[in-house]
Design a protein around this ligand. Structure first.
Ligand code: ZN
Length: 439
């Protein structure tokens, strides 16, 4: 029974064939003979066994990446160094160097581009896409030169300035901002950095983009991208020799991390729980690799007032709390609650008068920031009270950054000792495989 309630006739399909035969016999006899002969000749003709056509698999090509240059409402400057096209509903505009420097005012509900010659204003939601005329182009945004497409996007989720460009072009603006490029003996570390940065970018591009409109941020939330300003021959060589190479695990682009200086001990870590990757751990000991780092060891001094200021910055207390404590006087305690297996502070306990605070993760670096708000270099430290001033204490620490993945100064140290980039990557990412994913 089908859904319409009619009985399906199991013979219905087979009834077609007698109809065809009947049709053949009802043809005029001359036509029937012709059809017979043609059919016979064709049936006798040698069958050409064509080899199955090979499946044409296009070689993977270098992808384009969309980078968010800023996601904050701000006034910035923009100049097109080569001709760019802007297509709007009413007309197409060509903008080039002759337009001069435009001021871009980006607010929550409007974007305004202006200078003494031009004025352009568009309310949200708005999308302005400036495409290089003739394939490649360059624009200057906030004093830095970038290649590729420049776009502004304003919608309910926020306001964004986005640069879209080929992945390898993007890496030209990442490597020199992530690692010193001035010395030839560091070259192999630059190659390792190129692979790590490419892997990270491709992971964001393919597996976990930051936003539907872009893949990653141009700052430390992802990796620092500063345009073409610092590109030099060493950067170009690092990109040429590693082009298309990324670290993979189980045929997937790996989610790699890296940081400035581990201080001698790399942090073991697990993949985030939402990841499908297996449980794995990095190599724990970096030994002396990053001893050459200027922040291998450090000492900072803090006072109680600065910690209270930072607690307020983090929104844990307000101005009235601070004022009341200032007037009444208060007891202050600070101690490490918990450390990771490598010794990094995972949880910090603070008591001010009768209030207790437990600070965890990156917030620890912020609560112990200096008076200007500059966060502590790392969570890898000891607290030492001042022998003379009770409201002061010292923080004796090691390294800079979270300690996970590749230690960049460690990579530089390995390069100085003669390691090549494959050896550096194998050391820091022993569980990953190096693969070329596009030509
Ligand atoms: Zn290190």
């Amino acid at each position: 029974m089908d859904l319409a309630g009619k009985q399906i006739d199991p013979h219905a399909y087979h009834q077609k064939s007698p109809v065809l035969i009947r049709g053949f016999f009802h043809l005029p006899w001359r036509t029937a003979v012709l059809v017979f002969w043609v059919g016979w000749i064709l049936s006798c003709a040698p069958t050409l066994h064509k080899p199955p056509s090979p499946r044409v698999v296009a070689p993977p090509v270098e992808p384009e990446i969309r980078v968010c240059l800023t996601d904050r409402p701000a006034t910035t400057s923009l100049q097109f160094l080569t001709p760019y096209r802007l297509q709007l509903e009413e007309a197409e505009y060509i903008l080039d160097r002759r337009i001069g420097i435009l001021q871009v005012q980006l607010s929550a509900d409007r974007v305004v581009l202006r200078n003494d010659k031009r004025y352009f204003s568009l309310p949200a939601p708005a999308r302005l896409v400036f495409v290089p005329d003739g394939g490649t182009g360059q624009f200057e945004w906030n004093g830095r030169v970038y290649p590729g497409v420049f776009s502004i996007r304003l919608d309910h989720s926020g306001s964004y300035v986005i640069n879209q460009l080929p992945l390898e072009e993007y890496l030209k603006g990442v490597i020199p901002f992530e690692m010193p490029t001035g010395q030839a003996e560091y070259q192999e570390a630059l190659l390792a950095q190129a692979v790590a940065a490419r892997t990270y970018a491709l992971y964001r591009l393919r597996q976990e983009p930051r936003h539907p409109a872009f893949h990653l941020y141009a700052d430390v939330r992802d990796q620092v991208y500063g345009g073409l300003e610092k590109v030099n021959d060493r950067v170009l060589e690092a990109l040429r020799r590693t082009r298309g190479q990324v670290l993979t695990r189980s045929e997937q682009v790996a989610h790699v991390q890296y940081h400035s200086t581990c201080g001698g001990y790399l942090e073991n870590y697990l993949e985030p729980p939402d990841s499908s990757a297996d449980l794995w751990a990095d190599r724990a000991e970096d030994g002396d690799n990053c001893r050459i780092s200027p922040i291998y060891r450090w000492i900072e001094r803090r006072d109680v007032g600065t910690v209270l200021q930072n607690l307020q910055r983090l929104g844990r207390i307000d101005e009235q709390d601070r004022e009341a404590w200032r007037q009444q006087g208060f007891a202050f305690r600070l101690r490490v609650n918990e450390r990771t297996t490598t010794g990094r502070v995972q949880s910090l306990y603070i008591q001010v008068a009768d209030r207790e605070f437990t600070i965890q993760g990156y917030a620890i670096r912020r609560v112990l920031a200096d008076s200007s708000g500059r966060a502590l270099p790392s969570n890898f430290f000891l607290l030492v009270t001042s022998p003379t001033l009770p409201e002061q204490f010292y923080i004796i620490g090691a390294g800079f950054g979270h300690g996970r993945g590749m230690c960049q100064w460690g990579a530089l140290g390995m390069a100085l000792s003669g390691a090549n980039y494959r050896e550096i990557l194998r050391f820091y990412f022993p569980a990953y495989e190096l693969k070329k994913v596009y030509q």
